[in-house]
Design a protein around this ligand. Structure first.
Ligand SMILES: O=C(O)[C@H](O)[C@@H](O)[C@H](O)[C@H](O)COP(=O)(O)O
Length: 254
């Protein structure tokens, strides 16, 4: 099933396997477009199941056809733990994805895990500012925040995206590019996260959500009901395009 709503392009798949097939083609097509147009492709990863759903991208034909040397990889959020810790989103991505592609190591922007949460957020923001200065990426003309080519986002059953949780003041942060949280309701408590102005400056956002536990939040996000207290996922509203990759369990209440 595929429909266009005001909230983006909505695709519902029979299985997680089909999500993975479609996500690989979508990502490879965007990579081809941005590399052709600008010579680089800036991609933002999440934690959670997303990395597993990228598995078809590291298989033929894409493993051979994607211009991996032009990729620059970032994280929308990261837990403040050592990079070899089981909770690390970097480790998750390295083990399941990055170790399988020929990407130059200096194009992989992991957090500095020797720093505090606050220090790591500052450091990551400084890193992004250097990349803007060196023309690896641009600022959005409309917002003045960095504009990534593609953000691959998951969503939690509470409607959180990145480490922006419902009711938390960080949801309203509108100055910083990268900020930190020390009281995440989902463990581990210390994380850094991109802010909504950065998320919403993206050229493309894929929201990849599977499983019945997410059906309620998706119903609220994509259904026709009105509500004044918006879930974080409802604040995802990029300058560019949103594409939803759902399985039928997640979409069961739509
Ligand atoms: O930092 C975290 O705690 C997770 O990365 C989390 O944000 C995850 O991305 C979502 O909960 C979606 O998870 P699933 O894709 O596994 O449903």
């Amino acid at each position: 099933m595929e429909t266009e709503k005001g909230k983006g392009k909505l695709q519902v798949f029979e299985s997680e396997e089909e999500i993975s097939v479609s996500l690989a083609k979508y990502t490879a097509d965007l990579s081809e477009k941005f590399v052709r147009e600008s010579g680089a492709f800036t991609v933002v990863l999440s934690g959670g199941s997303l990395i597993d759903w990228l598995r078809k991208l590291v298989e033929p034909p894409y493993i051979d056809s994607v211009d991996w040397a032009k990729w620059h990889v970032f994280w929308v959020d990261e837990r403040v733990v050592p990079k070899d810790h089981p909770d690390s989103n970097y480790k998750l991505a390295y083990d399941g994805f990055l170790s399988k592609i020929p990407i130059p190591p200096d194009h992989v922007y992991a957090i500095n895990d020797a720093l505090s949460a606050e220090g790591a957020a500052d450091d990551y923001e400084t890193c992004l500012k250097h990349l803007v200065k060196n023309n690896v990426m641009n600022l959005s003309v409309a917002s003045g925040f960095p504009k990534f080519d593609l953000m691959l986002l998951g969503m939690g059953p509470d409607g959180h995206v990145a480490s922006l949780f419902p009711g938390h003041p960080l949801v309203k942060e509108n100055q910083r590019w990268v900020t930190f949280i020390k009281d995440s309701p989902k463990p581990p408590p210390e994380r850094i996260t991109f802010t909504f102005p950065v998320i919403n400056s993206s050229a493309n956002i894929a929201l990849v959500v599977a499983g019945a536990s997410n059906a309620g939040a998706l119903h609220k996000a994509l259904g026709n009901g009105q509500s004044s207290d918006l879930l974080p996922v409802q604040l995802v509203s990029p300058e560019g395009e949103t594409t939803w990759f759902l399985d039928k369990e997640a979409a069961s209440k739509l």
